[in-house]
Design a protein around this ligand. Structure first.
Ligand SMILES: *Cc1c(COP(=O)(O)O)cnc(C)c1O
Length: 396
C-alpha cells in the first residue's frame, strides 16, 4: 500500500489485503515473501535494515503485525506462537502483588494461566459476571491493574459493555484487555470503544482455516507497547514466518468469511429457537438474548457462534453430535468448516460441575461454530441430527 493512503481512511476489507503488505521492494512480489532466515547481515556492527535475529523481528511477522494492528485500529501489533502465548506475555507486564479482575467465563486456558501459572508467581486474580457494572466496581481492589474480558463470552455468548468497562478501568488506573477472538475486528473494534489492549487467538477467525496455532496483541499505548515488544523478544513465544504467512493469507478473506458466517448463523439460530427439540438458544442476535440491545450497539453483527440446550440432556446432546454429517464434532472455532462441540464434556470439562452449573453450562448445552458451507446444507444437517437424536433417545 502506498504511504499516502492513510489507514484511518480505508475500510477493513482493504486493510486486510494491503496493510503492512506493500509489494516486495526487491522483486515486486505482490504476495508477502516468507522470510525464513533466522539472522540478517549487518553492513557494519550495529547497522542493519531493521532486522537482526528472527526472534526479535522478522519481515513476514512484521507484515502480519502491521496488518492486525491496522484491522484493530491500534498503533502497535505483536504476533505470538499462540493466543495463550500472547496472554502469558501480556500478563508478564504485571508484578507480584498486582490483581487481575476477569470475566467469569473467560477461555479455560486463560483462566488456567491466571490460576495455575501467574498465581504461584504472586499475581492475584478474581472473576465476576461483568454484565453488571456495579458488581465490577465493587470487585476492584487497590491492586487491580487489569480488567480482562471476552465478549461475546464462551460458551454462553454473554455480551459485556466494552465502553462502560473501559471507563471503569480508566478511572481506576487499570487497563481493559479485550480478547476479541470471537468477534474479530470485522464485528467490533474494542480500542475504538476505549479498551487499552486487544488480544487474539489468531488460530480462530483471523487465520480462519484451522491450520495454524497463533496469537496477537494490539495496543495504542506507547509505553505498554514498548514493554510488550521487550517481553515478546525476551520470552520468545514468537510464531514461525511460515505461520505468519498463513495467518496473513487467511486475513485477506476475513471480512467476507465473517459476514457470510454471521448470515448463516443468524438463520440457524432463528430456526433453532423455533424447534421443538430445543429448550434454549444463546445467540446475541435473538431479541430474547439478555445482551441483544448491547450487541446491537457495540457489534456490527451478532457473530457466528451459537450455543443451545437440547431437551433430554446429555444422551440427546451426545446423539446429536454423533449424527451430524457436515458439522465435525471438534473443539476450536472460526474456521471455514463448521464445528459442533459439547462444552461440559469437551472445552469446559476442566471447569468443576458446580461452577459449570452456575455459568449455565448444562449437560444438554451444545456449541456451534458456523462455517462457510451452504447455509441450507448446514441447517438440514442440524435439523436431521436433532430429529434423529430425539427420536432414538425417546425410543431407547
Ligand atoms: C482459543 C482461544 C484462546 C487461546 O488461544 P490458542 O491459540 O489456542 O492458544 C484464547 N481466547 C479465546 C477466546 C479462544 O477461543
Amino acid at each position: 500500500m502506498k504511504p499516502h493512503l492513510g489507514h484511518d481512511k480505508l475500510g477493513l476489507d482493504t486493510l486486510a489485503i494491503h496493510a503492512g503488505q506493500p509489494p516486495d521492494p526487491t522483486s515486486g512480489a505482490v504476495m508477502t515473501p516468507i522470510v525464513l532466515s533466522s539472522t540478517f547481515a549487518q553492513e557494519r556492527p550495529g547497522h542493519h535494515k531493521g532486522f537482526e535475529y528472527s526472534r526479535s523481528g522478522n519481515p513476514t511477522r512484521k507484515a502480519l503485525e502491521e496488518c492486525i494492528a491496522a484491522l484493530e485500529g491500534g498503533r502497535h501489533g505483536f504476533a505470538f506462537g499462540s493466543g495463550s502465548a500472547a496472554t502469558a506475555t501480556l500478563l508478564h507486564t504485571l508484578r507480584p502483588g498486582d490483581h487481575v479482575l476477569s470475566g467469569d467465563d473467560v477461555y479455560g486456558g486463560t483462566f488456567r494461566l491466571f490460576d495455575k501459572v501467574m498465581r504461584p508467581m504472586g499475581l492475584a486474580s478474581t472473576s465476576v459476571d461483568m454484565s453488571d457494572l456495579d458488581v465490577v466496581r465493587e470487585a476492584l481492589t487497590p491492586a487491580t491493574r487489569m480488567i480482562w474480558i471476552e465478549t461475546p463470552t464462551n460458551p454462553m455468548l454473554k455480551i459485556f459493555d466494552i465502553a462502560g468497562l473501559a471507563e471503569i478501568a480508566r478511572a481506576h488506573g487499570a487497563l481493559l484487555v479485550v480478547d476479541n477472538t470471537f468477534a474479530t475486528p470485522v464485528l467490533q473494534r474494542p480500542l475504538d470503544l476505549g479498551a487499552h489492549v486487544v488480544a487474539h487467538s489468531s488460530t480462530k477467525y483471523l487465520n480462519g482455516h484451522s491450520d495454524v496455532v497463533s496469537g496477537a496483541l494490539v495496543t495504542s499505548e506507547d509505553a505498554l507497547a514498548e514493554r510488550v515488544g521487550f517481553l515478546q523478544n525476551a520470552i520468545g513465544a514468537v510464531p514461525s514466518p511460515f505461520d505468519c504467512y498463513l495467518v496473513l493469507r487467511g486475513i485477506k478473506t476475513l471480512g467476507v468469511r465473517v459476514r457470510q458466517q454471521c448470515a448463516s448463523a443468524a438463520l440457524i439460530a432463528g430456526r433453532l429457537a423455533g424447534h421443538p427439540a430445543v429448550q434454549a438458544v444463546h445467540y446475541p442476535g435473538l431479541p430474547t438474548h439478555a445482551g441483544h440491545a448491547l450487541a446491537a450497539r457495540q457489534m456490527r453483527a451478532p457473530g457466528a457462534m451459537i450455543s443451545f440446550v437440547v431437551r433430554g440432556g446429555l444422551p440427546v446432546a451426545s446423539r446429536f453430535l454423533e449424527r451430524l454429517a457436515i458439522f465435525a464434532c471438534a473443539e476450536s472455532l472460526g474456521g471455514v468448516e463448521s464445528l459442533a462441540e459439547h462444552p461440559a464434556l469437551m472445552t469446559h470439562a476442566s471447569v468443576p460441575a458446580a461452577a459449570r452449573e452456575a455459568l449455565g453450562i448444562a449437560d444438554g448445552l451444545l456449541r456451534l461454530s458456523v462455517g462457510l458451507e451452504a447455509t441450507e446444507d448446514l441447517w438440514n444437517d442440524v435439523a436431521q441430527a436433532l430429529d434423529g437424536a430425539q427420536g432414538r433417545a425417546a425410543g431407547a
